[in-house]
Design a protein around this ligand. Structure first.
Ligand code: ARG
Length: 587
């Protein structure tokens, strides 16, 4: 289904042509000045240059023609040559009827036949989830859902950090605690026990202690490096321990991500890429892309057009160790073999932007991906506390996700003091609203920007918040229920042309669903969905304030209004699904 701006552009193209100007000047877009008009066209100004004519003359001629088209309710030439346009109420109502009948709410399935791989989450095994991982999970999950809605085959990979020094640190700390374990017995021939010799709480105790100890205890640090190296060489006992560490961590991470309603298709990690490193080196060698720089193996990737320095991509250190970029490139080789995506999207902290720039350049230069494969990195800003510094717990430690979720649920519960839901439902509802508060609080900001985590504001039932959106959905559902109970069932009639400004504002907003989802995908910008639903909730609430649906005597009008309510509910509910949360039954 073509969006309205495109339909209007097509009509305007005919008008420009009929007046003797090239049809390409007819581009119509949403108005920058919604107080003056709904849509605008600046083509007459550009045409004036090309045709050496007065822009106002052109605009006036075109406006006259546009008035003949049924799609425009208003076509006005204004100085110095703008066209201010309104949709006609009839065209608007017709478009809405079509959207109501469309399963995708008018969205085109632009991703049909295309595969996108989303690399998000990015938690590190045995290390606690931090705020950066939280943002990656929330933003990535939303983008994945948006892609699916648009018809893409979207594959989400958590891409665990499971291949670094943290493994050696844990192995050596375990050796000190439980030296009798068979993993440390070089003569042991297996099989190793199936059950891990530690729990997640042990890991959470062992890792930070080992990491702190390595900073002062040189001998311990050397042992950890050695163990990491031997693990990477395939030491059987360490490999068995590694599997336990990853297994135990993964189970715990899954619980955390489930609580966030974030779900991955793939639970792969950096370790899965290791078998592809040999192939990577061979490709780089064969294409003669590598150089030696102070003993290290690098691939220069700077381009003449660069405005800031892009240093060479480091592939192997002089001591033989591979780096973050090496693993990411090897992972692309693996992904090409297994999934062959048309598009990649990595969602991490924006401080990793240079890393991805380097990796992408190498991948293209080396032909690891096709020339037309899209490689994208969405770098997000920091979630800060009210003090403007990266968010920490009250005691100054790393935020634990479960505590964060508990705090939000409690803040919501406080606001629900008056509600008379049964206690159990109240608790569950508070958790559902809390998740919406957290996710909306994050997603409503442009991803690249830093933002302040403000529990008070995020959990408020008023203003630009998740709970306000949920409240609006719950409200519409209860109105629809009441209407149904009173026997007022919408007949299957079309949406009627709007009778007043509030109704038209609601109708206009409802037509913008598809273009909003599309822009959110194209610009990798879930905040556009938040802007859309906030505006929709507002125009709906004003419409509902002065239209008495239940009492309306004109049955066709009443039924058209019910159709608007249903469509509003459907658009809001679909959008929150794309953002990654849901509405409770009641609140
Ligand atoms: N584990 C990394 C971190 O904590 C994020 C991984 C992102 N994905 C990737 N393919 N590099 O920063």
């Amino acid at each position: 289904m073509k969006n309205l701006a495109d339909q209007m552009t097509a009509a305007a193209a005919q008008a420009f042509a009929a007046c003797g100007y090239d049809a390409s000047y007819a581009k119509i877009s949403l108005s920058n000045r919604p107080d003056l008009c709904e849509y605008q066209c600046n083509g007459a100004l550009a045409a004036a240059k090309a045709y050496r004519e007065n822009p106002m003359n052109i605009a006036e001629k075109v406006a006259e023609k546009l008035k003949e088209s049924p799609i425009f309710g208003k076509a006005e030439a204004v100085r110095p040559g703008f066209l201010n346009l309104d949709l006609s109420a009839g065209a608007l109502a017709e478009a809405l009827t079509a959207i109501s009948e469309s399963e995708t709410l008018g969205s085109e399935r632009i991703g049909e036949g295309r595969t996108i791989l989303l690399d998000y989450g990015g938690a590190n095994v045995a290390k606690p989830l931090h705020v950066g991982h939280l943002r990656s999970a929330i933003i990535g999950e939303s983008l994945k859902r948006i892609c699916r809605f648009l018809g893409f085959e979207a594959i989400g990979d958590v891409h665990l950090g499971d291949w670094g020094l943290q493994m050696g640190l844990i192995i050596e700390a375990l050796r000190d605690e439980q030296p009798e374990l068979p993993y440390f017995d070089e003569a042991f021939t297996g099989p190793y026990p199936a059950k891990a010799p530690f729990t997640i709480s042990d890991l959470e105790r062992i890792y930070p202690a080992a990491s702190a100890r390595a900073k002062t205890d040189e001998a311990f640090s050397a042992r950890a490096h050695e163990a990491t190296f031997r693990l990477q060489q395939g030491h059987p006992g360490y490999t068995a321990l590694f599997r336990h560490i990853v297994g135990v961590s993964r189970e715990d991470l899954k619980k955390n991500y489930d609580a966030l309603d974030v779900h991955f298709d793939l639970w792969k990690g950096e370790s899965d890429a290791q078998p592809y490193i040999g192939e990577l080196l061979a490709i780089l060698e064969e294409k003669q892309l590598t150089e030696r720089s102070e003993g290290a193996l690098v691939v220069p990737v700077a381009k003449e057009s660069d405005t800031k320095e892009v240093p060479p991509c480091l592939i192997q250190k002089s001591d033989g160790a591979y780096l973050y970029a090496t693993t990411d490139l090897a992972t692309i080789i693996e992904r090409e073999k297994l999934y062959h995506p048309d598009e990649y999207l990595y969602i991490t902290d924006k401080r990793q932007a240079m890393h991805f720039e380097q990796v992408f350049r190498v991948a293209k230069k080396a032909g690891i991906v096709r020339e037309e494969t899209k490689l994208g990195h969405l770098g997000f800003g920091t979630m800060n506390g009210k003090d403007g510094k990266p968010f920490k717990t009250r005691s100054g430690g790393v935020m634990r996700l479960e505590y964060l979720l508990r705090d939000i649920r409690d803040a919501v519960l406080e606001r629900m003091a008056e509600t008379n839901l049964p206690e159990e439902e109240k608790q569950e509802t508070a958790a559902v609203i809390g998740l919406a508060a957290l996710k909306y609080g994050d997603l409503s900001n442009q991803a690249t920007k830093d933002y302040v985590f403000d529990l008070e504001r995020f959990s408020s039932f008023e203003g630009n918040t998740g709970p306000y959106i949920l409240y609006t959905i719950v409200r519409i559902r209860s109105i629809l229920r009441r209407l149904a109970e009173s026997g007022t069932v919408p007949a299957q009639t079309a949406i009627l042309p709007a009778g007043d400004a509030a109704e038209k504002a609601l109708q206009l907003q409802l037509t913008r669903f598809a273009e909003t989802v599309r822009a959110a995908y194209e610009e990798k910008a879930p905040h556009k969905l938040c802007q859309f639903i906030y505006e929709l909730a507002n125009v709906f609430n004003s419409f509902y304030r002065d239209h008495h649906i239940l009492k309306e005597e004109d049955k066709a009008r009443q039924s058209s209004w019910i159709g608007l309510l249903q469509l509003t509910e459907k658009e809001l509910n679909t959008m929150i699904g794309l953002l990654g949360f849901e509405a409770p039954e009641r609140m």
